[in-house]
Write a protein that binds this ligand. Sequence first.
Ligand SMILES: NC(=O)c1ccc[n+]([C@@H]2O[C@H](COP(=O)([O-])OP(=O)(O)OC[C@H]3O[C@@H](n4cnc5c(N)ncnc54)[C@H](OP(=O)(O)O)[C@@H]3O)[C@@H](O)[C@H]2O)c1
Length: 254
Amino acid sequence: MDLFRLDGKVAVVTGSGKGIGKAMALGLAEAGADLVIVARTEEDIQQTVLEVEQKGRKAIGISTDVKKKEEIEKMVAKTLDTFGKIDVLVNNAGMNIRTPALDVPEEEWELIIQTNMKSVFLASQAVGKHMVEQKSGSIINISSVAGQVALRTGVAYAATKAGIIQMTKTLALEWGKHDVRVNAIAPWYFRTPLTEKLLNNEDYYNEIISRTPLRRVGDVKELVGPAVFLASEASSYVTGHTIFVDGGMSIYGF
Ligand SMILES: NC(=O)c1ccc[n+]([C@@H]2O[C@H](COP(=O)([O-])OP(=O)(O)OC[C@H]3O[C@@H](n4cnc5c(N)ncnc54)[C@H](OP(=O)(O)O)[C@@H]3O)[C@@H](O)[C@H]2O)c1
């Protein structure tokens, strides 16, 4: 099972102050990686750094707004100054506002596109440059079931998550010859600060469950296995792929 170990690897996880990103960062640390914790809220960042350190790994926190190219570039430079390399990038930071399509203001469209999709390109480009030179690396982009099937999640969110799946394939094609792999994970519902309120609505929850073959929402710990797999040598011949971690939801036809 050494194939799944990440000892000596350096992983950057965006949006790792809470929710899915934090769970994946802690999982990568358990597999042996040192971590760079990226988000905007300083106390969340410091708490995740502490929890990584409690697992015996090194961690630094870098407050970064992933919408901003110059902040991403500074974050990458600081990471390289500290650790000298980046082996794994998880592009997880994201948000949503569920406005009906006819009412979406242009600023809201821009905010969601920049936070969820432009950020994935900017961070992949900045880290990809280093990985291509290094001739190794694994990038993991967090998409969503909403990027594959039509959901009532909002038009901008769906567009960004579909865009991430296609960006993943294009970057995998361009960087494969440099041994840089690019894959995605598409989750269905997981209980996090982003979804807590929705999932606490009993009618909505029951509707979700009725369309989920495994008849429950996910626990964030269930994203650790797919993340460690894609980050590690265990997936050395997998690139351009999206793993749906969705209790079977995306194959549900009726
Ligand atoms: N939860 C689900 O059921 C679900 C399902 C499918 C896909 N996803 C995707 O999974 C990812 C994580 O979702 P989650 O549920 O864990 O969300 P969450 O609980 O709201 O956490 C989001 C994290 O991203 C950070 N973030 C947001 N905007 C940022 C920005 N501009 N710059 C830097 N960091 C930023 C937040 O920290 P700050 O606010 O401090 O910056 C926070 O740490 C998202 O891409 C989401 O679309 C979630």
